[in-house]
Design a protein around this ligand. Structure first.
Ligand code: IPD
Ligand code: CA
Ligand code: CA
Ligand code: CA
Length: 263
C-alpha cells in the first residue's frame, strides 16, 4: 500500500507541476475531478491488483470493483484535496485503507508535497515514516486547535446552517479552528498531535477510512457525530479521549443554537 501510494504520489507531483494543463471536469456543484485524479487512481489500482490479486476495491473515481476474495477490499482516494491541488496549494494526499471482514485493518495517507507517509495497522501502532505517533495530550479545549471541513456548495441550506452553528460553538471555546482542505490529512494530523481534534459531516468512506485507523492506533477516539455508523454517514469526530466528550458537548450545544428564535 505504501509503494502504491508513493507511485501515485510521483504522478501527482508531476501533474502538480503543470496544473494549468490539466483537464478538469465537474462531477457536481463544486465537485471537481481532473486527469491527475484518474491517473493516480489507475496507478494505485494496477499496483494493488498485482500485489493482492482478487481483493475488491472501493475507489472515489472508478467506483466499486468486486473482488473474488470477499474478505478483503481496498478503499482508495487517489487525491484527497483536489480543490487545493487545482489551485496550486500543496496540501493534498493519497489515502488508501484495507478493510478485512468488514473491519478497517490498515491505513496509509501520503502527503505528497511534504513527502510524509502516515501509516497504521490495527495492533501495530500509527507511524509517520519510522516515528511512532500519539494523539495530542491536551485536555483543555481552550488550548486546542480543531480542524474541520465546510459543507460544499450544492449541499442543503440546512447543512450550511448546522456548520455555522457548530463553528459558533467551537470558536469561543477553542484556541483556533482550521480548514485545510484534506480530510485524510486532517485525520493523519490528529493522529500526529498536530491537531487536537477534527470534525466534519457527510464525508465519503475513501476520505476517512485510512485516517480512522491512524487515529485509533495513535490512541485517539473516533465517533459518528450523531451516534450512527461513521463509514455509513461520514460524519466524524476524532480527538484524544479527554477532549472527545468536551467536543461532543460543543456539537450538541451547537444543535440548540437558534432553535428558540425559530419557535
Ligand atoms: C474532499 C476533502 C475535503 C472535504 C471534502 C472532500 P476530495 O475530498 O477531503 O477536505 O472537506 O468534503 O470531498 O474531493 O478532494 O477527494
Ligand atoms: Ca472528489
Ligand atoms: Ca476525498
Ligand atoms: Ca479525491
Amino acid at each position: 500500500m505504501i509503494a502504491a501510494a508513493r507511485a501515485a504520489g510521483r504522478s501527482l507531483a508531476r501533474d502538480f507541476g503543470e496544473v494549468e494543463n490539466l483537464q478538469v471536469s465537474k462531477k457536481g456543484p463544486a465537485d471537481f475531478v481532473s486527469n491527475a485524479d484518474h491517473r493516480a487512481e489507475e496507478i494505485i489500482f494496477t499496483h494493488l491488483t498485482k500485489a493482492r490479486p482478487g481483493y475488491g476495491f472501493v475507489m472515489e473515481e472508478r467506483g466499486i470493483v468486486e473482488g473474488t476474495d470477499k474478505s478483503n477490499r481496498f478503499i482508495v482516494d487517489p487525491l484527497d484535496g483536489t480543490l487545493n491541488f487545482l489551485h496550486g496549494q500543496p496540501h493534498f494526499a493519497v489515502s488508501i485503507a484495507l478493510e478485512r471482514d468488514g473491519e478497517l485493518l490498515t491505513g496509509v495517507v501520503f502527503d505528497v508535497a511534504k513527502n510524509e507517509i502516515f501509516w497504521a495497522e490495527t495492533g501495530r501502532g500509527a507511524w509517520l515514516d519510522n516515528r511512532k505517533l500519539r494523539v495530542a495530550a491536551r485536555r483543555d479545549l481552550h488550548e486546542s486547535v480543531i480542524a474541520t471541513g465546510t459543507p460544499w456548495h450544492g449541499k442543503s441550506e440546512e447543512s450550511h446552517v448546522t456548520f455555522a452553528r457548530e463553528v459558533a460553538a467551537m470558536t469561543p471555546t477553542t484556541a483556533g479552528i482550521r480548514r485545510n482542505g484534506s480530510a485524510a490529512l486532517d485525520l493523519a494530523w490528529t493522529a500526529a498531535g498536530r491537531f487536537d481534534g477534527f470534525w466534519e459531516r457527510n464525508l465519503q468512506p475513501w476520505d476517512i477510512a485510512a485516517g480512522i485507523v491512524l487515529v485509533r492506533e495513535a490512541g485517539g477516539v473516533i465517533s459518528e457525530i450523531d451516534g450512527g455508523d461513521v463509514l455509513q454517514t461520514g460524519s466524524i469526530l476524532a480527538s484524544n479521549s479527554d477532549l472527545h466528550p468536551k467536543l461532543e458537548k460543543q456539537l450538541r450545544h451547537a444543535a440548540s443554537f437558534g432553535k428558540a428564535a425559530s419557535v
